[in-house]
Write a protein that binds this ligand. Sequence first.
Ligand code: GAR
Length: 199
Amino acid sequence: MNKIAIFASGNGSNYQAIVDAVKNGALDASIELLVCDKPNAFVIERAKKESTPIFAFEPKTYETKAAFEKEIVLELQKREIELIVLAGYMRLIGPTLLHAFSKRIINIHPSLLPSFPGKNAIGQALQAGVKVTGVTVHFVDEGMDTGPIIAQESLKVEESDTEQSLAEKVHTIEHRLYPETIQLLFQKSFLWEKEEASR
Ligand code: GAR
């Protein structure tokens, strides 16, 4: 039944929005695991409160990215995860995870990609003086915030906007757009499976 794992590194407001969408019936999915690379992150507290199983790890205690990703893959396979949802997971996904979950990893990013990839996208947009920015949901590939775009929503940047006010607007969009997009992917039994079937 639409089993997902959420990966996060920080506050976890998007994790919470997805949990809430499942609880109120807007999203037909089961959150089977939270994967977190920062054992002190607030998202861990949220997951404990919601009784989501947690796999938290310290990357620097492993010799390589492949080593911790192998452990993550085992955890995901054990739980028959169908979709990996990156929600503020501030780490590039390596070949071990990418190959095991090919076309089954999505990410949300606080800009209209391909503009402003990487860290502090909201600050980057403000600095650049753009009049419009937004949110992007996309499939993950080996790049930094690259990969085919699934959904985008724009918002106007006002003269009076600060990084904080803009972040609030971005988060409001994210918290609605991400659960909606996940639901759409499941309803369409994943776009890429349809494409493959029609070949
Ligand atoms: C979100 O705004 C998300 O778009 C961003 O991190 C934030 C996490 O917030 N992700 C990236 O910048 C990915 N490159 P949250 O922890 O409150 O969900």
